[in-house]
Design a protein around this ligand. Structure first.
Ligand code: B12
Length: 487
């Protein structure tokens, strides 16, 4: 699989690159004999060649790997072409970071994203303050089902990263107000973290916010960066029921960007470098024997850290993770997880967004439609348990019933079957998210963002499920626990 700008460089041939190098090696043949523009050209070529080699070293190896990655790219394009699905900036990023493109479809997807975000952020921050006395959060913040409002740090950050990956780059003037809004959301998150000990959204979104501002070469207050650094240092990324890998990786990408773009003073840069090494070491030490860092879905994020540090040549570590992903590609069935895995399969990290080259993008990708799952015959029996161990709950176990459902049904179908069965004593609600339907209420008890509570999905052995209700398919005889937990 080749990167889009390979031909331009390789046409110049290795001789073009080797001559100046040879010249440097010969006594008396010093570079100053060459005019500075020639040296600049030479340096550019070396850097380009290095970038090409880096992406090639990091991408899925072999013909079979390339074919599997292309099939996944085509499936994501198929899903992205469906106008019934809300546009998601991560999907656009995955399309842009791929080796092959469907430029017209990408353009259409961008237009849909712009429509969504521009409508949300049509007022400048200043106008919003003037008309409401404070920024009108209605237009810009996410609302929970009960109308609680939260900063939209992560989504806006992903959208701004998407704009940075657009070819040709959109007019910077049009992005100025979005950048200001992102700074505002990040500051709100930072203020929240001082008040509550954690950002209002999450450290994952906080990290994305810093990364996106950095990719746009915007400075972030040192105090805001230090908050993320301290959180990493004090192991605050891990939360109940989840691993820290995804968040650690996003934070390290942000740190690497700040260092690379020289947006921080040298002392802080040294601390960010140390954090990057610390996280990388931890990832290597904690890599599972099966090759994953954390689980299948956090592994692509960890791999981005190695790509961004030019360390995919750590063959045993990176190669094992890549092999594990290729062996488990069928775990990536929904647009959100496909979009997170595709960049690394192409050997790219989100840091490559800051140096996208628009020339010679290959435009041959064609979409394929999702294949419907084969229908299984018969029924299965699933035991459904609802637990509420928090102090505000009336009792610990609130529900425990056997639920019959069609074989192969998703957990969501099982919940629907439970709600439909006599004596109608089970109720639940979900909220649509880019990751799929998120379970927010069970038996009238709502998970609250403000209290950082959520409905955790577990097996009866207490293992947290790695998929959401629409994606997970229980087997006959399984027990599933829905537990109101804090994260
Ligand atoms: C933070 C986080 C959470 C927080 C979200 C709360 C919050 N206010 O931020 C909490 C702890 C509640 C959470 C819960 C779960 N999570 Co979670 N979460 C994440 C994480 C680290 C970041 C998400 C984020 O902020 N994205 C950025 C924003 C801009 O994108 P977004 O799509 O708008 O994000 C929202 C939704 O994604 C939603 N959300 C978070 N997790 C999940 C999981 C599912 C299945 C759904 C439908 C929605 C959802 O909350 C986000 C914030 O509002 C991701 C890591 C990753 N690689 O994506 C995992 C991740 C998305 N979560 C995952 C999982 C498995 C879960 C759980 C199913 C775990 C469980 N067994 O209970 C539950 C969801 C159960 C339910 N009630 O439906 C997996 C999903 C894998 C997959 N196949 O889709 C991920 C990828 C982690 C991983 N590496 O395994 N999660």
């Amino acid at each position: 699989m080749s990167t889009p700008f390979v031909p331009a460089v390789s046409q110049l041939g290795s001789a073009g690159l080797c001559l100046p190098l040879l010249c440097c090696a010969v006594p008396g043949c010093a570079m100053p004999q060459h005019p500075p523009s020639c040296f600049g050209m030479w340096l550019l070529l070396v850097l380009l060649q290095a970038a090409v080699l880096a992406a090639q070293l990091c991408e899925a190896p072999g013909e079979a790997g390339a074919a599997a990655v292309q099939a996944l790219s085509r499936r994501l394009l198929g899903l992205a072409s469906d106008p019934a699905r809300d546009p998601d900036p991560s999907v656009y990023l995955a399309l842009r970071l791929a080796a092959d493109h469907h430029l017209a479809a990408e353009q259409r997807y961008l237009a849909r994203l712009q429509d969504t975000f521009q409508r949300r952020y049509n007022q400048t921050l200043q106008e919003a303050v003037q008309s409401h006395g404070h920024p009108s959060r209605d237009a810009t913040a996410s609302k929970s089902s009960r109308g609680e409002e939260w900063p939209e740090t992560g989504r806006l950050a992903l959208y701004l990263l998407g704009l940075r990956a657009t070819c040709p780059s959109p007019d910077p003037g049009s992005q100025r107000s979005l950048v200001t809004w992102l700074k505002y959301h990040l500051e709100e998150d930072w203020a929240g973290s001082r008040r509550h000990g954690h950002p209002l959204t999450s450290y994952y979104q906080y990290g994305l916010g810093i990364l996106a501002l950095c990719a746009h070469r915007k400075r972030v207050r040192e105090e805001v960066i230090r908050r993320l650094l301290e959180a990493e240092h004090h192991h605050k990324f891990r939360h109940a029921g989840g691993s820290a890998v995804d968040t650690e990786a996003v934070a390290v990408l942000a740190f690497t960007c700040l260092e690379r773009e020289r947006l921080v003073r040298s002392r802080l840069a040294a601390e960010l470098r140390a954090a990057r090494r610390r996280v990388r070491r931890r990832m290597v030490e904690e890599q599972h024997p099966n090759g994953f860092f954390g689980n299948a879905y956090s592994t692509p994020w960890a791999m981005q850290v190695f790509i961004a540090s030019n360390m995919c040549q750590l063959k045993t570590v990176y190669g094992q993770a890549m092999a594990a992903l290729l062996k488990n590609l069928d775990a990536f069935t929904i647009t959100a997880t496909m979009a997170q895995v595709l960049p690394v399969l192409h050997g790219r990290s989100y840091l490559d967004i800051a140096s996208m080259r628009c020339q010679e993008e290959s435009d041959t990708l064609t979409p394929i439609s999702p294949v419907p799952l084969p229908e299984l015959l018969g029924t299965m029996m699933v035991r459904l348990v609802v637990e509420c161990p928090l102090p505000q709950c009336p009792q610990h176990r609130l529900y425990d019933q056997l639920v019959p459902a069609p074989a192969g049904a998703s957990l969501l179908d099982v919940l629907r079957a439970a709600a439909a069965q006599e004596p109608h004593n089970f109720t639940f609600d979900t909220q649509e998210t880019p990751q799929g339907p998120f379970l927010i209420r069970v038996l009238g008890l709502e998970a609250q963002q403000r209290k950082r509570s959520y409905w955790q999905l577990l097996t009866d052995s207490g293992t947290s499920l790695q998929m959401g209700v629409a994606e997970y398919r229980p087997q006959d005889g399984d027990s599933i626990i829905l537990r109101l937990s804090e994260w």
